[in-house]
Design a protein around this ligand. Structure first.
Ligand SMILES: *[C@@H]1O[C@H](CO)[C@@H](O)[C@H](O)[C@H]1NC(C)=O
Ligand SMILES: *[C@@H]1O[C@H](CO)[C@@H](O)[C@H](O)[C@H]1NC(C)=O
Ligand SMILES: *[C@@H]1O[C@H](CO)[C@@H](O)[C@H](O)[C@H]1NC(C)=O
Ligand SMILES: *[C@@H]1O[C@H](CO)[C@@H](O)[C@H](O)[C@H]1NC(C)=O
Ligand SMILES: *[C@@H]1O[C@H](CO)[C@@H](O)[C@H](O)[C@H]1NC(C)=O
Ligand SMILES: *[C@@H]1O[C@H](CO)[C@@H](O)[C@H](O)[C@H]1NC(C)=O
Length: 469
């Protein structure tokens, strides 16, 4: 807390940020508004504190055996990034701190993994924890896999799980060996050990309207969150993709500033991954706002990635950076399933660029692909027709992609927006899939008609849930 106020007092004497001359290195842009300039070292105390926080988080949510120092394996740091705010994505926002010019810092993102063994078995936990302001921790991502007899294999575990491209080499041994991970699929999409379709997967997409409230009073948010909670707990889908998930400093009422915490507190048996798309500075006193998308999964997440989508900063409809999050899950029967989620721009031009970018990304993936989200586009728009393979765009044409709602209910409008006004007049939330013969089968798709309208609505959007087998 202290640090932000010290910095804030100083910023006020500046009319605008001081710019630094030089070409930006765009590869260093983590997401919109964030320039990770360095990978700074933490003090030993800070690192220890964060790891302890992660371990206690994992223990509350996951049935780990009792702590024993001996059983707790090495922690590996994957990435540590300090987040610097930038208005133009080229230069950091600079403050004059008692004569020293320094970039304005919005905390750090710590990404690391640890192994926990229990007898012969073990679990591998990966975390991303945001620290901001000093001394507060927010879990942005937590994924884990359980493995048996960890000591009996010498090769890197993660590379075994992680890379779908190497599946040819790994699927045969996985079918035969006895050290197959206990909660994963024997089949790992191997035809030879594939079993009949007896278990289903349900997937929900839901734009949760960030921390908005119906009145100017922020204290209303926890009441609205109760409505969201009811929608989620009544359904409990296996996989949930969320849009408009925020960290909003000084918002959230007594639930606190991080919506990932609000959601992970009620979805306790889920693994989760958050991909912020943008960082904004509310004011020097009101701190930062991050907004992005998230995936929650009841099945193990073995890998994830996110990429920034096209943005034209000269277009006023395209002020917000957008992102696409890709999470790979392992379903016990169907094997690897790719889940992608996004929330597209309000600009027509950016939406067309984005869907082409997404298609170029997914066309090389093997296995079933589900692409969900709030596309800010209605079904007849060119970008959506492109995704369905009806029209080419920028030299590309999709194949094998369908819009599940249209497939199942070609005559129903399937409106999902806008519940707050009470007039459901648009279908802008979609579940697309790209499937191959012999993989998943669609069983059902539904729009969850929450009862409330206007100030009784859980969100301005309705969630869509598809069931596969
Ligand atoms: C920074 O602040 C100091 C006073 O604390 C002042 O003397 C100096 O001129 C300022 N530098 C800039 C670049 O504004
Ligand atoms: C290891 O996992 C297997 C399968 O889940 C279980 O049967 C066994 O009891 C576990 N061993 C220990 C020591 O927890
Ligand atoms: C694992 O490594 C140990 C020693 O490093 C070796 O003796 C053992 O044969 C290795 N196991 C396998 C399956 O490669
Ligand atoms: C799947 O079901 C079919 C028909 O019920 C049966 O003939 C076949 O053996 C089953 N396959 C497996 C792998 O269980
Ligand atoms: C977990 O961390 C390891 C590095 O320790 C990495 O190789 C792996 O891809 C990570 N898994 C996920 C799901 O992020
Ligand atoms: C960006 O938007 C501006 C203003 O709408 C437009 O003139 C320009 O052509 C756009 N640039 C690109 C690369 O599409």
């Amino acid at each position: 807390m202290l640090r932000i106020f010290v910095a804030a007092t100083i910023i006020l004497s500046f009319s605008k940020a001081i710019t630094i001359v030089g070409e930006p290195d765009y590869t260093k842009i983590l997401y919109g508004g964030v320039l990770p300039l360095d990978e700074s070292e933490d003090s030993a105390d800070e690192s220890k504190h964060i790891i302890q926080f992660a371990v206690s988080f994992a223990r509350r949510r996951y049935n780990l055996c009792e702590i024993s120092e001996k059983e707790f394996k090495r922690v590996s740091t994957i990435r540590k990034l300090t987040l610097y705010f930038t208005y133009n994505e080229e230069v950091p926002y600079i403050v004059n701190n008692s004569g020293t010019l320094q970039a304005f810092n919005f905390g750090k993102l710590h990404t690391f993994s640890f192994q926990w063994s229990c007898g012969g078995n073990a679990s591998i936990h990966n975390f991303t924890i945001a620290t901001y302001p000093m001394g507060t921790h927010h879990v942005y991502s937590h994924t884990y896999v359980r493995v048996m007899k960890i000591d009996s294999f010498n090769v890197s575990l993660d590379s075994k799980y992680a890379d779908s491209e190497t599946k040819q080499q790994i699927e045969e041994p996985w079918c035969r060996e006895t050290w197959i991970p206990s909660d994963m699929l024997l089949s790992l999409h191997s035809k030879s050990c594939r079993v009949n379709c007896t278990s289903s997967i349900s997937v929900m997409t839901y734009n949760i309207w960030n921390t908005n409230t119906f009145t100017k009073d922020d204290k209303q948010y926890p009441a609205r969150f109760k409505l969201l909670e009811k929608v989620l707990l009544d359904e409990l889908p296996d996989i949930i993709t969320f849009q408009e998930v925020r960290y909003e400093h000084f918002k959230g009422g007594n639930l606190g500033p991080s919506q990932m915490k609000h959601l992970s507190d009620i979805l306790k048996s889920y693994q989760f991954v958050y991909a912020p798309a943008q960082l904004d500075i509310n004011s020097v006193y009101k701190g930062k706002t991050e907004e992005g998308v998230a995936v929650f999964s009841r099945f193990p997440v073995i890998k994830y990635n996110s990429f920034l989508l096209f943005r034209n900063r000269s277009n006023s409809a395209d002020v917000n950076q957008r992102v696409c999050l890709h999470v790979q899950i392992l379903h016990p029967e169907h094997g690897l399933v790719h889940i992608l989620t996004t929330h597209l721009s309000l600009s027509h031009e950016a939406r067309e660029e984005s869907v082409v970018q997404i298609w170029r990304y997914i066309k090389g993936l093997r296995g079933p692909v589900l692409l969900t989200g709030d596309f800010n586009a209605e079904p007849q728009e060119k970008a959506m027709r492109f995704l369905r393979g009806e029209v080419p765009l920028k030299g590309e044409r999709t194949c094998g992609v369908s819009d599940l709602w249209t497939n199942v209910y070609p005559l129903s409008p399937g409106f999902t927006f806008d519940c707050v006004s009470g007039d459901l007049v648009k279908r802008i939330d979609f579940i697309f899939w790209r499937n191959f013969p012999g993989n998943l089968q669609i069983k059902d798709i539904r729009i969850i008609q929450s009862k409330g309208k206007g100030s009784k609505a859980a969100s301005d959007h309705l969630p869509v849930v598809a069931m596969f087998c």
